[in-house]
Design a protein around this ligand. Sequence first.
Ligand code: NAD
Length: 535
Amino acid sequence: MSINETSAATGAAVNADLTRPAFVTDALLRDLVSRVQAGGERAPWRLTEVYTGKLLVELPQSTPADIERAFAEARAAQQEWAAWPVKKRLDVFKRAHTLLLDNAQNIADLIQVESGKNRRMAIEETCDPPMVIGHYLKRAAKLLAPKKHAGPVPLVSSSTEVRVPKGVVGIIAPWNFPFATGLSDAIPALIAGNGIVLKPDNKTALSPLYGISLLEQAGLPKGLFQVVCGEGPDVGPTLIDNANYVMFTGSTATGRVIGERAGKNLVAACLELGGKNPMIVLDDVDVEEWVAGTLFGVFGNTGQICMHIERIYLPDSRYDELKAAFVKATEALAIGATYDFGPQLGSLISVDHRERVQAHVEDAVAKGATVVTGGHPLPDKGPAFFAPTILEGVTTEMTCGVIETFGPVVALHRYRTIDEAIALANDTDYGLNASVWSTDYARADAVAARIDSGNVNINDALATAYASKGTPSGGVKTSGVGARHGDQGLLKYTDVKNVATLKKQVMGARPGQDYDEYVDGMLKGLKFMRRLGIR
Ligand code: NAD
């Protein structure tokens, strides 16, 4: 059975009385999926409500010809869009900022029905694109303005760095933050003058489709932001082969496939991939602050956050106290399938994913790990619910000791020296995120400096780094290539054109000049300009 069929089959009995949010009408769903570039040649995907397994809508699937048409239409619209002054493009995003926030509850409805996450997390997710817009509204005009640089010969030469859009950017997004990854990476690309062809995950295409409709209400030209749908291996090759830049968020395994294909085409790609993120707790930590931050860091989005914490290293001197406080708080978490702000924890994305998470736990237990709490599905809550789980005794012989689990599962480890904790934290192929806790910032900074990771959060698990939109955020090692946010989060979507002007032919030997004399003068000139600080 496919994921689709499994969740539909097993979910029918559970939450049968749950009423889906009033905003999510059949008419809205039909309108949203009509935006997918698909001619109807392929059988549609059955997009289901995660809490119940009920069909929401049949999602059209795109053929290679559909994808090529999407690129052609995006390219035609992009030619005009790129000719707009930056200020006019930014005006669209000023209006979009307001529209996205005014519609946050509706967006959260769609995120929840398609992903099964709890509402608290869904509403947080709606804030990401407005935050990205807010940052680039301040920064983009400066970044995209031509920059004049000195030429090789003072006074008579100059060079201008001109930023031109790449063209049409192909974006491939995962299901865990479908609205954020569908829109937030597109926003700087659009601001820079590009068109977009987005491939969301089939399971979670609704919220990005709705977000794009809001961008169009804000004035984004129709056709500029295209959506194609399908299974990754069906859509990926044509999408990558037509894109001028590829922005991918997803697993490390898929990232390798995408990076390889983009590389063959000599097209740049930004790859935001998985993690096995460690947390190191120092012995002076404030237990209440730590528990509050760690609950979210481990179980937020039901553990389906690329930057969430899967390994916690606790000091031997406080191990029992910290463990007891964390277990108690974990067992008190409110879990459930509702469309209100009650539950602290929602569902996993699918029955297949729940089975994968469970397999990680079972493998660990079979190899000697202990379940401190949780470790099992919660079928009375919904087809894909899994209990928040704390393990002890996890080793690198176990799947969940080395491979990302991507669920509500964390392993506690005891350390005796900071050197040992840092060595254990770094003993991974991943390098996406890490967390350090201490009331002494200098100590925490010293530990952060020694962790091999693209992000390190001090006294927080993940949100502080991710929400700091002015700083680039990406993974190292097998967690990624490139970054989003910050100046490079926009500039990566541009090519540089170096327009250089020479007002008089002064470079090279004059006609008839002795070449030794010319070389001597040139070398002396370079030394002189260095002394003057010109070169
Ligand atoms: P995934 O790699 O299976 O799928 C991601 C997207 O790629 C989906 O749209 C999928 O359809 C598509 N895809 C799959 N195979 C493809 C192929 N051969 N060619 C083209 N596209 C293909 O990942 P997932 O399970 O959907 O998402 C979870 C993963 O994403 C986790 O590993 C998580 O850590 C990672 N993630 C990373 C970040 C980050 O910023 N680093 C953010 C969110 C999620």
